[in-house]
Structure formats: C-alpha cells, structure tokens
Design a protein around this ligand. Sequence first.
Ligand code: SAH
Length: 346
Amino acid sequence: MVLNQPLHFRALNLEELKRYLKSLDVPAYRASQILHWLHKQHAAELSEMKNLPPSLRDRLAREGKASVLQLVEVPKSGDQGSLKYLMKTEDGHLLETVLIVQSGRRTVCVSTQLGCRIRCSFCASGKGQFVRHLTAGEIVEQVSVICRHQKDSVTNVVFMGIGEPLDNYEATMKALEILMAEWGFGLGGRRITVSTSGVTPKIEEFVHDSRGRVRLSVSLHSSDQELRSRLVPIGKKYRLDELMRSLEHLKKTLKREITFEYTLIKGVNDSEKEARGVAKLAARLNAKVNLIPYNPIREMNFERPNSDELDRFRKLLEAKHIRVTVRQTAGRDIDAACGQLRLDRM
Ligand code: SAH
C-alpha cells in the first residue's frame, strides 16, 4: 500500500483487502465480493455494491474510494477502430487511454506515468513536464473506466500509453497482478503486453517476476548503437549489445515471443542497411517486428514514410524471414501519437 495516499480499493490485492477488512472486523468473504464489483462489474461507486450491507458500504466510503479517475472527454473515434479516452486524476492531471477494437479483440492501451522521463526524440509523451508515476490503482482503473463506458469487457491490455512502465516498476507489477488474478480481471499473461524503451536491468527483473508469462515488447527503432541512442536516449546507458545479450538470455524464461517495436521515420531509420541490421537482431531472438509508421508530432520535423516506403522496409525484413506486423497508427485523426492529446489539452 502506498502511504500518504487515500485508500483506493482498486489498488489492493486480495490479501491486502482481507487484512484491511479484518481490521474492521468484517469477514474475509466480503473481500471477494468487493473485488468482483470492482474488477468484473467495474463499479464506480461503493454504493453500487448491492450485496454489501449499507452500513459496510458507508464505512468503506468514509475510509477510502472505489474510483480516483474521472472521464473528462467523450472519446473521439479515430480510424482503424480506435477510441481515445481523456481522464483526470484526483490531483487534477490529465492522462490518456486508448481502446483499439480490431479483429475481434478489444485492447486497452494504458498509461503508466504522467509524462515520461525517457524523452525519445520522436515521442510526444516526453515533451511536457514529468509529473509523477501513476499508482497501480490508477493503471487498472483506466481499464475499468473503458469497460464501464463500453458496457463490455476487454480481451487484451497493452502497456503502451504514456510513460515507461519499467520506470514505474512497482506499480506496473502490481497492476499486472490485478489484471491477471482470478479475483481481478482474470486476463491471461498472453493477453497482456508490456512495452519498454529498453531499461535492461528492469527487463530482467520483469521477466523473472512475471515468470515469463507476460508478453514483452522492446522499442528498438534502430539497429545502430549511435542512431538508437539519439532516438532513444536511454540507449546510451543501456547499450544495444548489452540489451541483446540480456534478451537472448531471457528468451529461455520467456514463454512468449519477443516483439520489437520499430517506429519508421523517413530518411532516418528506413534504409536498406537498417533493415538488414534489424533483421539480424530479430533473427537472433526469433523476434517479431512491429512497424509503426512515424506519427508526426508538432514538436519535431521528422517525416512519416509513405506506404511504398513502408512496404519496401517491410519486404526487406520479410525477405530475411522475419515476421512483420504493421501498426496502422491508431487514429492519426485523434492525435493518437502517445501523449499528444494530453499535451494539447494541458
Ligand atoms: N515507453 C514504452 C511504452 C510506449 S509504447 C516504450 O518505449 O516502449 C509506444 C510505442 O510507440 C513505442 O515503441 C514508442 O517508441 C512509439 N512511439 C512513440 N511516439 C511515436 C510517434 N510519434 N510515432 C510512432 N511511434 C511512436
């Protein structure tokens, strides 16, 4: 439990909630009922929990909260079936969460921080001020806000919104516990992806702590040490060769294939030489490559490759037998580049 923060029931695991209820002399089975309302029914208020005695609901409402996020903007629909939700924290900060509906899957893309300290040169998330980490409760509540609004469950969760999940390690791991637990969202590890800019020691901890069950996505963006660290500054500290060695080692523990995220920027990292380099790295790990055509942000004058250029790069990888997917940038028309909507509204 995070000290100095009002009690947020969504941030507790089963054990913690039981212990808390015990301190109030409330029987343990109430914990399962409460968690059911929170993570299966996505109740926003304690008053909705109809099978709890009113006296208990009142007591809990005096001591803590079921919700700490407020939906502030009716989601705009974008292309490719994506919806962007803008939410507000209790301390008045904005965060964004995206729902992507595609080929039978409903995927929520959650944010893990208010701002980002990694500051990749092409990403809007790192352009504003870094405010703070999100709590585990705030991370999982993003999923519930969307379920409630959609009146539907979700099938997948990806940690690919604003922030570097492994820079907010504890909250990310706690959120994963809640998402995967039977008493929580009950999502299998294969339905959850954590994406990282490449914080090597934390990747090792993450794979170990999640026992290789959660999907790992690594933002590569270049196969060249020098260029990569210009695009992803943390690459200076955690060098590509080290990162690769570590991933090769982790492959034994990982139950799922690794994915490389690759934001394709015209004239920057879309050369044939790069394609060969990326193919080599991917082959070493038997990794899949997810190409993301650069989504222009106002702060940078990088350019997005056109569809022929994108195709060319994809085919170069495929010629080397690399599995490639292309992320049709979710909702260019709704400022879906990470952090852009938030940045605009601030
Ligand atoms: N911090 C994590 C989570 C972000 S995931 C990470 O770096 O992996 C979002 C993915 O989109 C990352 O690969 C990120 O580098 C990429 N991205 C960020 N801004 C982008 C933009 N303007 N256009 C295309 N891809 C972008």
